[in-house]
Design a protein around this ligand. Structure first.
Ligand code: FES
Length: 159
């Protein structure tokens, strides 16, 4: 049984569950995205048109149709974070990674995205890396988090 078939069996074939299926398939993808093959297989397994799968995937900013890094950094661009000096956090992250919003580092480790609000306005400026939210950030703290993730990964690889 393919991984996608397994996901569909776990959630069920109802169209109302399409978003959950897409998110689970994306989560299991090493490049954090929904490939064309995955769209085709979801469509086949759930008996839903490819265009319906594509339109659902395109509607949500959390879902990507192009390959992304192992870690997704999301920077909030709403007013509370903007007013709390989000620009300096973004500049520091861009400089550290050498990429702009919407891009992935050459080593495929980080992707940088913007988001409207992380629901963490009380600790602006905030970023989210994968499922973890970091708030009350300084540029130095943001860079330290990124370097730490890279170091953890390298340590794991060398273990
Ligand atoms: S405005 Fe940035 S987390 Fe809500």
């Amino acid at each position: 049984m393919t991984a996608i078939k397994e996901v569909v069996n776990r959630f069920g074939k109802k169209e109302a569950l399409l978003l959950q299926v897409i998110l689970a398939v994306q989560d299991a993808d090493p490049q954090n995205h929904l490939s064309e093959e995955a769209v085709n297989e979801i469509s086949r397994e759930m008996n839903i048109s490819r265009s319906r799968v594509y339109s659902t995937a395109s509607f949500y900013s959390e879902i990507s149709l192009k390959p992304r890094g192992i870690h997704i950094i999301r920077i909030c661009t709403n007013a509370p974070c903007e007013n709390a000096n989000k620009a300096s956090i973004l500049a520091a992250i861009k400089q550290e990674l050498g990429i702009k919003i919407g891009q992935t580092t050459a080593d495929g480790f980080f992707s940088l995205e913007s988001v409207n609000c992380l629901g963490a306005c009380y600790m602006s400026p905030a970023i989210k890396i994968d499922d973890a939210v970091y708030g009350d950030l300084t540029p130095e703290a943001a860079v330290a988090i990124i370097r730490n993730l890279r170091k953890e990964y390298q340590d794991e690889q060398n273990a």
